[in-house]
Every structure is written in structure tokens, then in C-alpha cells.
Design a protein around this ligand. Structure first.
Ligand code: DC
Length: 232
């Protein structure tokens, strides 16, 4: 049951690469950033900011990620009292959430609950699809240290900002320099927090995608999978 952990800073292309690899291997896909974004959305909706209250809300709302690489969806039972299933896959990408998520993901209480949830999703993916491709910041270091392959996917901040700006420009008018500033800020908070920070570990393979396009990055990673006979 291979688990492939893909960590790295914002905008390095983790999502597109992880989905591509999951589709190629026929494995499930878990976007752990979506769970942190979902928790942030819940907290803002409910107007709670005390860490234990946010953690409690996360548990009660039963965040559910469907593990699909072709059509990933995040569903929350919110509002709580109505037992409703709300599809929050789109809304968690909004700038309001992007700007607030680092603060909520720095809360150890929130990380504690999401750690359990992430491990459950990986077990479910292994049972259902015979493996999982998991993207985040601390997958290889904390969430699944026994992963068969641990990748640190990175790129220069300018390359990451250009990519992110191209995605965002469909939605709004933003300059590359303001995108670079916000990426750098988020990386700094994600790397400096006390609880499970973004960091490179010795057993990770660093893949620098500054000069690679998406197909080339997927191929580079696939070569590693084949070399190590991870795909059976
Ligand atoms: O990958 P993303 O941009 O959607 O992630 C959103 C935020 O969630 C990111 O700023 C840091 C946090 N995160 C985290 O702390 N740990 C993870 N495993 C995944 C994401």
C-alpha cells in the first residue's frame, strides 16, 4: 500500500502534481491543505477563534474529503444543527480563507484533530484504492513518517508567484509582486510555527520545479516511483 507524501511551500505545484500522480497510479488523493482551509472556513462562519472551540467545531462538522483526484470535493456538516452536507470545495479557495488559514493551522489543538482525520483518510484510501498520494506541509515528517516515498516539491518564489498569479488572474486583478509577497508571508508563518512546521527532512527527495513544466514534474516523480518499484 504505497503512501506518497508530497510536501513543500505554497504554489510549487503540489496539487496538480499530486493529482497527476494519483491518476497515473490509480491511487486515492488527499489534499490536506483543503482540511486546514475547511477548518478556517468553519471557524469564520461560526465566529469562533479560541483554539479549543475551533478544534471542537472541526470534529463536529465531520469534514469529509472524497479522495478523488479527478473531482476532489470537501464536504462539511454545517450548519451543525441541521445535519446538512455543504460542499465547500470552491469557497475554501477564496482570498479571505487564504489570508486567514496560516493562523488557524498554527493552532496545535486544530492540528491534533486534523492529524487523526488525515490518518483515517489515508487508511481509507489504502483500503479503497491500494495507496494514497498525500499533499501538505508535514506529511512525511509527522502525518505519515513511514511513507514509501517522501518528496519536497519546491520552486523559486518568483516561479511560484507567476504560477499562482496565472491561476488567480481568472478570478481577480492581482500583480505578481503582491502574490509573491503573500506567498512569502504564508511560507514564513508555516515554517516558523511551533506545531509541526513546514521543514525539509533528510529522508525527503527534493524536487525543484523552477524550470520544469507540469508534465515534466509529474514525469520526474513517476521515474522515482518506477525506480523504487513503488507501483508494484
Ligand atoms: O496547500 P494549501 O495552500 O491549500 O494549504 C493551506 C494552508 O494550510 C497552508 O498555508 C498551511 C496549512 N497546511 C498545514 O499547515 N499543514 C498541512 N499538512 C497542509 C496545509
Amino acid at each position: 500500500m504505497p503512501v506518497i507524501a508530497i510536501d513543500g511551500p505554497s504554489g510549487a505545484g503540489k496539487s496538480s502534481v499530486s493529482k497527476g500522480i494519483a491518476l497515473r497510479g490509480g491511487w486515492g488523493y488527499l489534499d490536506t491543505g483543503a482540511l486546514y482551509r475547511g477548518s478556517t472556513w468553519l471557524a469564520l462562519q461560526a465566529g469562533v477563534s479560541a483554539p479549543e472551540e475551533v478544534a471542537n467545531l472541526v470534529v463536529k462538522s465531520n469534514l469529509n474529503f472524497n479522495l478523488s483526484a479527478s473531482d476532489p470535493k470537501l464536504i462539511a456538516n454545517y450548519p451543525l444543527e441541521q445535519e446538512s452536507k455543504t460542499d465547500i470545495s470552491e469557497i475554501i479557495r477564496e482570498e479571505l480563507i487564504t489570508n486567514a488559514v496560516s493562523a488557524f493551522s498554527a493552532m496545535p489543538e486544530v492540528r491534533r484533530e486534523l492529524l487523526l482525520l488525515q490518518r483515517n483518510f489515508i487508511e481509507k484510501s489504502n483500503a479503497q484504492f491500494g495507496g494514497a498520494v498525500v499533499e501538505g506541509r508535514d506529511i512525511g515528517t509527522t502525518v505519515w513518517p513511514d511513507a514509501e516515498l517522501k518528496i519536497y516539491l519546491t520552486a523559486d518564489v518568483e516561479a511560484r508567484a507567476t504560477r499562482r498569479q496565472a491561476q488567480l488572474s481568472e478570478l481577480s486583478d492581482v500583480s505578481a509582486s503582491s502574490v509573491a509577497d503573500s506567498l512569502a508571508k504564508r511560507d514564513a508563518i508555516d515554517s516558523m510555527r511551533a506545531a509541526s512546521p513546514l521543514r525539509q527532512s533528510e529522508d525527503q527527495i527534493v524536487l525543484d520545479a523552477t524550470y520544469l513544466n507540469l508534465e515534466e514534474t509529474i514525469q520526474a516523480l513517476w521515474n522515482l516511483i518506477e525506480e523504487r518499484k513503488i507501483n508494484g
